[in-house]
Design a protein around this ligand. Structure first.
Ligand SMILES: Cc1cc2nc3c(=O)[nH]c(=O)nc-3n(C[C@H](O)[C@H](O)[C@H](O)COP(=O)(O)O)c2cc1C
Length: 375
């Protein structure tokens, strides 16, 4: 008798639909990351050479050439093989870290593991972050975390939080009880660094404190202003001929904590290294994130269409961001990333309203972060 493995087409199809929706439709937040409320003060006599600007950073005990992380996107569907391979080749070439997409379908279907492993095949030295949803980890955290790490020989594991997406998605998994306990279990028993990331709705200072107490190694804020997962789910269902979630979900299109606000909140509340992500769209956003105290900047959506083309196209975009970052560093008189954290900045508009309301002194946060990162 031939025993057939039943493939859960739902997860695999959903992955493909997510990629198609993100590539073809406008799924951005209408609200801003609030990086436009930050001005880096121009230095008209920088006394530096653009050629000597140093963008190297340290993150989780590894040195990288540029503070860019290719953030979690895909895996678990045939189309992901090419995307992940091109992203990984570019990350290796640029010496930057990369995070894979949720490994849920790879764990369910061993015949899809290769769509993630193509990343590790690029090099044993590439810094790869695995990815699992907290919802999938709650029931059996240790076993699932170990299997995800082993699948790609991961250097770190990102646990993603997506309550917004689950809540607006058709048949989403909406039982969130036991999440923090599962994270605590994983950090106490798993040796690789555990990063917790949102998926576009941001992390508050209060939540960051709870995550730090649960023993994690870093936070990726993934704030609002970039890819909106309510938007992705609304449009994905519309394209399937259903407006089932429109009435409910559309009011949550712009739900979340803007990235710049989330970054400041998390830096103010914890001693953890923080990844700025969610709507990072150029080297100036990266420079502003570093000036606030981010250790790294995660970028997802802009790399997707590039990865559909080639690894060279991905590298071209990394180079553009790097050139923009270097010019911003020159024009603030910052020879390296450490100096950027001391550069003069001004915050106005909604972001200054946000931090004042929350009682946060941004210059104090920057001083504290400088001490933490550079002693
Ligand atoms: C096509 C696509 C798929 C994604 N899949 C995942 C995922 O599997 N796991 C995860 O943690 N985040 C996932 N994300 C969220 C991103 O990692 C990131 O947090 C979010 O898109 C905000 O960044 P961006 O504005 O640069 O796209 C995905 C994003 C995109 C665009």
């Amino acid at each position: 008798m031939v025993v057939m493995i039943k493939v859960d087409r739902d997860i695999v199809d959903r992955k493909v639909e997510h990629i198609e929706t993100v590539l073809k439709e406008d799924v951005s937040y209408h609200i801003s990351t609030l990086f436009n409320d930050i001005t880096l003060i121009h230095d008209a006599v920088p006394e530096l050479s653009l050629h000597k600007i140093d963008t190297k950073i340290n993150f989780l005990n590894r040195e990288f050439n540029v503070p860019i992380l290719i953030d979690s996107m895909t895996g678990g569907a045939k189309i992901a093989e090419k995307i992940n391979k091109n992203l990984a080749l570019a990350a290796y070439e640029a010496n930057i870290p990369i995070s894979c997409g949720s490994q849920r379908s790879g764990l369910k279907h061993r015949n899809l593991e290769y769509t993630y492993r193509v990343m590790r095949d690029v090099s044993k030295d590439l810094f790869i972050i695995g990815n699992m949803g907290l919802q999938q980890l709650i029931k059996d955290p240790i076993d699932i975390a170990i299997r995800a790490i082993e699948m790609i020989d991961a250097d770190a594991l990102a646990i993603h939080l997506n309550p917004l997406q689950e809540a607006v998605q058709l048949k989403g998994d909406v039982d969130f009880e036991g999440g923090l306990k599962a994270i605590e279990k994983i950090t106490s028993q798993i040796s690789v660094p555990i990063i917790v990331k949102e998926t576009g709705a941001g992390i508050s200072g209060t939540v960051a404190k709870k995550l730090e107490a649960a023993g994690i190694s870093a936070i990726n804020v993934s704030g609002a202003g970039g890819t909106s997962w309510s938007a992705v789910e609304i449009i994905r269902l519309r394209n399937k001929g259903s407006n089932y979630r429109d009435n409910v979900a559309s009011v949550f299109w712009d739900w979340g904590i803007p990235t710049a606000a989330s970054l400041i909140e998390v830096l103010n509340s914890t001693f953890l290294p923080v990844i700025s992500s969610g709507g990072i769209r150029n080297g100036l956003d990266i420079a502003k994130s570093l000036a606030l105290g981010a250790s790294l900047c995660g970028i997802a959506h802009p790399f997707l269409s590039r990865a559909m083309e080639s690894s060279e196209s991905v590298i071209e975009l990394i180079d553009t961001y790097t050139d923009q970052l270097k010019i911003a560093m020159l024009l603030t008189g910052s020879e390296n990333v450490r100096e950027l954290l001391k550069a003069d900045i001004v915050i106005t508009g909604k972001l200054i309203d946000w931090v004042r309301y929350r009682g946060i002194d941004v210059e104090e946060v920057r001083r504290k972060t400088y001490e933490k990162l550079y002693g």
